[in-house]
Design a protein around this ligand. Structure first.
Ligand SMILES: [Zn+2]
Length: 510
C-alpha cells in the first residue's frame, strides 16, 4: 500500500466517522428541547400556583385580574419580552360569590349540592319556599298561561328529570390509533364553520334565551330557580349565564344543582309532595373594566428579513367560576408559556417574532381574541389589513388537558405538508395525526376569520367531556403531568420547526 492510498483510506475513515457522529441542527435542538421540557419542566408548579392559589378566573372578576398579573410576571421571569396587558372590554362587569347554601327542609332534610350561575343576584337573607316544577321555557306564552299568579314565594325547578348516566361508565378517553387514522382519512371537512359576525348574532339570541323566563318568574314573585346541566351523575356544571355586560339583566338567584338531587326534587313534585327549599345566596356586582385584559408577550425575532413576521400562540385565560379552571384552560395557558420558557432556556433566537396572547372573555363570546384581532387586523366588516398577513400562523390550545395527538387542518389542505414535516421528527411522542376537519368553539375561529392560518390541536379527551369541562370539579387532579410536559415539548418543537421554514403556512384564501 503506498502512502497515497494510506492517506486516502485514512481520510475516508475520518470522513465517515465524522459524518456518523454529526447531528443536524434540528436534531440537536430537538434533543435540547426534550431535555429542558422533560427534565427541567416548570409547568406543573406553574399550574399549581395558577389553579390552587389564584383559582377561578371568571371574565370581569378581580380574581381574573389578580391571576393575570401573576401570569404576566411568570412570563417576564421566563424571559419573554414586551409583556403587557391589552384591554378587551369596557363594559364587562365583575361578579363574585360571597356565600351560599341550598337545603331541602321538608318533608325531610337533604343538603343540596348546588352552585349559583354567574351573575345571579343575592337572596334577601335566608329564604324558604315550596318547589314548583316548570319543565321548559321554550313556549313562553304557555308558561305565562300556566303559571301566572302561582309563583309567589316559590322555588322554581326548571327542567325535566335528567338522563341517567352511570358513574360506572368510562370517564376517561384517549384516541385509539384507529380513530386517528379515521380522522386522517377524511377527504373534506364535514363540520361547518360560521363567519364570526353571523356566529355572534346567533349567540346573542341563544345566550339570552332564558331572559324572558327569568324576568317573568321574578316579576311573579318566585324566590329562586334551580336547574341542572347534567353531563354525568355527581357533577355540577354551573356554566353561564351570559349576562356579562353592565347593562344586562341581573337574574334572580339561579342555581344549577346535582343531577341526582334535581331528579329527586322533580320526582317529588310528580308524586304531589313538593318539598320546601331553604336557601341563601350573597353575591357582589362591580364594574371594573381594568380587570378585562388580554396578556400579551413575545420572544422578539432576530432575522433581518423575517423578524417582522410572527408566529402567534393563544389560549384563553378566563374560566367559569365554580372550579379552578385547570383543564379549561389553565393547563393550556401554562403549556404555551412553558413552551416559550423552553425555547428561551435553550437560548433559541427565533427568526420570526414568537407572540403569545392569553385571552379573556372566551367563555362569553371570544371577547379577548376578537378585541385583539380588531385592534391589530382591522374591523370584522373590513378586509383583513396588511398586519394580518405578517402572522405566519396562529396556534390555539383549548381542548382539555390531554396529550396532543395531531392537528385539525381547519379545512386548509395546503397546510398538510407543513405539519407532516413538523410531526415527523417527534413521532415517538405524538401520533401526529393530521385531519382536514374543522374544530369549533374557541379562539382560533377568530383568527381563521381573518384568513390567518389558524389551528387547534387534536388532544386526548381524558375526563374533559365527562367530568371537568365547565364543572365544579375542574381542578389539578385531572391534569396528567406527562401529557402536560409532552405538550409543552411538542409546542416548543412546532414553533421552532415552523420558524425554520422559509415560507410558513399557505393561507386558505389568496
Ligand atoms: Zn375553554
Amino acid at each position: 500500500m503506498n502512502l497515497k492510498t494510506i492517506i486516502a483510506i485514512s481520510f475516508f475513515i475520518a470522513l465517515s466517522l465524522h459524518s456518523y457522529a454529526q447531528l443536524t441542527t434540528n436534531e440537536t435542538v430537538l434533543s435540547e428541547i426534550r431535555n429542558e421540557g422533560f427534565k427541567k419542566s416548570e409547568a406543573m408548579d406553574m399550574l399549581s400556583q395558577l389553579t390552587d392559589i389564584y383559582g377561578q378566573r371568571l371574565t370581569g372578576s378581580r380574581a381574573y385580574f389578580k391571576a393575570a398579573k401573576w401570569m404576566s410576571d411568570e412570563m417576564k421571569n421566563s424571559g419573554l419580552q414586551n409583556v403587557h396587558f391589552e384591554n378587551y372590554c369596557d363594559n364587562c362587569r365583575g361578579w363574585d360569590v360571597k356565600t351560599f347554601k341550598v337545603e331541602m327542609v321538608t318533608p325531610n332534610y337533604m343538603s343540596i349540592s348546588a352552585y349559583p350561575l354567574a351573575m345571579s343576584k343575592s337572596t334577601n337573607g335566608v329564604v324558604s319556599g315550596e318547589v314548583i316544577s316548570i319543565e321548559s321555557f321554550a313556549d313562553m306564552s304557555q308558561v305565562r298561561q300556566d303559571f301566572s299568579g302561582k309563583l309567589k314565594g316559590k322555588v322554581v325547578l326548571l327542567g325535566v328529570e335528567p338522563q341517567k348516566k352511570s358513574l360506572l361508565d368510562t370517564l376517561e378517553f384517549r384516541y385509539s390509533e384507529q380513530q386517528l387514522k379515521q380522522m386522517e382519512s377524511k377527504l373534506t371537512a364535514e363540520v361547518k364553520t360560521t363567519p364570526l359576525p353571523e356566529l355572534f348574532e346567533e349567540w346573542k339570541t341563544e345566550d339570552k334565551a332564558d331572559e324572558d323566563f327569568l324576568k317573568f318568574v321574578e316579576a311573579e314573585g318566585a324566590l329562586a330557580v334551580l336547574t341542572t346541566q347534567p353531563m354525568y351523575l355527581g357533577v355540577l356544571h354551573p356554566q353561564g349565564t351570559y349576562y356579562y355586560r353592565d347593562t344586562d339583566l341581573k337574574p334572580l338567584p339561579y342555581f344549577t344543582i346535582m343531577p341526582e338531587h334535581f331528579g329527586r326534587l322533580y320526582r317529588m313534585t310528580k308524586l304531589n309532595t313538593p318539598p320546601t327549599i331553604r336557601l341563601n345566596l350573597q353575591t357582589e356586582f362591580y364594574s371594573e373594566p381594568e380587570n378585562n385584559v388580554n396578556i400579551i408577550g413575545e420572544i422578539s425575532g432576530t432575522d433581518a428579513k423575517l423578524k417582522s413576521e410572527s408566529i402567534l400562540l393563544g389560549a384563553h385565560f378566563d374560566s367559569w367560576h365554580s372550579g379552578a379552571g385547570a383543564t379549561d384552560n389553565g393547563v393550556n395557558c401554562v403549556t404555551l408559556v412553558e413552551a416559550l420558557r423552553i425555547l428561551k432556556a435553550i437560548d433559541y433566537k427565533p427568526k420570526r417574532t414568537i407572540k403569545i396572547g392569553l385571552w379573556g372573555g372566551e367563555e362569553q363570546a371570544f371577547l379577548g381574541s376578537t378585541a385583539y384581532a380588531k385592534k391589530h387586523f382591522g374591523d370584522l366588516d373590513k378586509k383583513p389589513n396588511s398586519e394580518s398577513k405578517k402572522i405566519t400562523a396562529y396556534f390555539n390550545l383549548d381542548n382539555g388537558a390531554g396529550a396532543v395527538r395531531g392537528v385539525y387542518l381547519q379545512n386548509n389542505e395546503l397546510a398538510r405538508p407543513v405539519f407532516k414535516k413538523i410531526f415527523e421528527p417527534i413521532s415517538c411522542i405524538s401520533s401526529g395525526a393530521i385531519t382536514i376537519e374543522n374544530t369549533l368553539s374557541t379562539d382560533h375561529e377568530t383568527f381563521d376569520y381573518y384568513n390567518i392560518p389558524s389551528f387547534q390541536f387534536i388532544q386526548d379527551e381524558l375526563a374533559y367531556g365527562t367530568v371537568t369541562h365547565h364543572s365544579y370539579l375542574d381542578f389539578l387532579e385531572y391534569v396528567n403531568e406527562n401529557d402536560l410536559k409532552k405538550n409543552a415539548v411538542i409546542l416548543a418543537w412546532t414553533i421552532y420547526a415552523l420558524d425554520n421554514m422559509e415560507h410558513g403556512i399557505p393561507r386558505k384564501h389568496n
